[in-house]
Design a protein around this ligand. Structure first.
Ligand SMILES: NC(=O)c1ccc[n+]([C@@H]2O[C@H](COP(=O)([O-])OP(=O)(O)OC[C@H]3O[C@@H](n4cnc5c(N)ncnc54)[C@H](OP(=O)(O)O)[C@@H]3O)[C@@H](O)[C@H]2O)c1
Length: 350
């Protein structure tokens, strides 16, 4: 097993990291890189935990971005401890626990073209699966003190996206019916948030075992298998009219059915592509029920600050399914790919 401690190599301090070649999982490579030093506006962080997202599977298998941009450091979500603070950074000190915004630069408001390219761990931009990194201070956030490092590493993409779907766009109210698909990172987070807001939950899953678990652990009212035909009719029956909020992580054939499952004034967050990129929808379903459909691509650092505060006051504990050591990072990717998980898969660096 390769050591994960810093090594002296060719006269300079090195840190270990995993790079992707944007082609195959086997192309995930443990490498030495020169230890980073924080420049103006930057903070040096000893990374503790990294959580995986479906995007990391897409990136590492060449389905998101381009091989020509590889190699670069994989993954986008981390928690860690500040070890040094560059000039011009306020509000951080060594020893402080932090996690990162997924975009190095999206301070507030709607995303802009020049900020969209700063989403780390993809499109040639180094990510966070490393022993140590530098990150812009303005895009780091204090870790809520009710969370462990492993839990804190799950807030960046899955947590923030669920927040966007349930709160910012979904405007979920007590008594609303929320429709969720699958038991992955985003959907489980969305279930926790919606439940805390007093909503009723319907969740689809391909696993009977997971269906039982989400009913017991997260108060999910009804479950169904998303591979069944005509589930939209069943959702309409359970809800006596249709879902108010939909967290659509599947896209493909699921989106059209989700729209059929909606009631008047429903809010649909279109998030993912687990069922494919192309969807067929009935326009009349949208018009008749005055449904608002919004594409979600996470949110700004400003919103992430608000989300972190809410996580603490709502005392929500992210669901970490399994933690892998740094040396077994490839196994963690394989495990996520197998879809045996519920919630989040985490890699511990230290
Ligand atoms: N737009 C954004 O900002 C954003 C942010 C985060 C994620 N995403 C996207 O959202 C999707 C989910 O991401 P994630 O990280 O939460 O994934 P994940 O943790 O890997 O979740 C995968 C789970 O989804 C379920 N699933 C698989 N195929 C499905 C289908 N055809 N219909 C419904 N559910 C299905 C399965 O649950 P069961 O085992 O229970 O069947 C599977 O275990 C991905 O497409 C990802 O790229 C987008």
């Amino acid at each position: 097993m390769e050591s994960i401690s810093k090594t002296l190599n060719e006269g300079g301090t090195k840190v270990k990291c995993y790079t992707t070649n944007c082609s195959t999982f086997e192309g995930l490579k443990l490498e030495d890189r020169p230890a980073p030093t924080p420049g103006r506006g930057e903070v040096l962080v000893d990374v503790h935990s990294v959580s995986l997202n479906y995007r990391d599977l897409l990136v590492s298998s060449g389905k998101y971005g381009y091989e020509t941009e590889a190699p670069f450091i994989a993954c986008s979500d981390m928690s860690g401890v500040v070890t040094a603070v560059g000039e011009g950074v306020g509000g951080f000190e060594p020893g402080q626990r932090v996690f990162n915004s997924p975009f190095k630069n999206w301070p507030t408001g709607d995303l802009k073209a020049e900020w969209a390219t700063t989403f780390v761990g993809g499109n040639g931009l180094d990510g966070v699966l490393a022993e140590q990194l530098v990150y812009p201070g303005k895009s780091l956030i204090a870790l809520p003190d009710n969370l462990t490092m492993e839990e804190g590493a799950t807030l960046t993409v899955a947590g923030l996206t669920a927040w966007a779907a349930i709160v910012t766009h979904g405007k979920t109210r007590p008594g609303d019916w929320v429709l969720l698909h699958g038991t992955g990172g985003v959907s489980i987070f969305a279930a926790q948030l919606a439940s805390a807001l007093g909503a009723h939950l319907i969740m689809s899953t391909s696993s009977e075992e997971k269906a039982k678990l989400v009913r017991e652990k997260f108060g999910v009212d009804h479950t169904f298998d998303y591979r069944e035909a005509d589930w939209a009719k069943q959702v309409k029956k359970w809800t006596r009219g249709g879902a108010n909020v939909v967290v659509e992580v599947a896209g493909g054939g699921s989106l059209g059915a989700s729209l059929k499952a909606c009631t008047f004034g429903a809010r649909v967050a279109v998030i993912g592509v687990l069922d494919g990129l192309e969807s067929q929808i009935n326009v009349f379903d949208l018009i008749r029920h005055q449904i608002t459909v919004r594409g979600i691509y996470m949110e700004s650092t400003e919103v992430l600050h608000a989300f972190a505060r809410a996580i603490k006051t709502m005392n929500i504990k992210p669901v970490v399914d399994r933690v892998f050591p740094f040396a077994q990072a490839r196994d963690a990717f394989e495990y996520l790919k197998s879809q045996r998980h519920m919630g989040k898969v985490v890699i511990n660096i230290r």
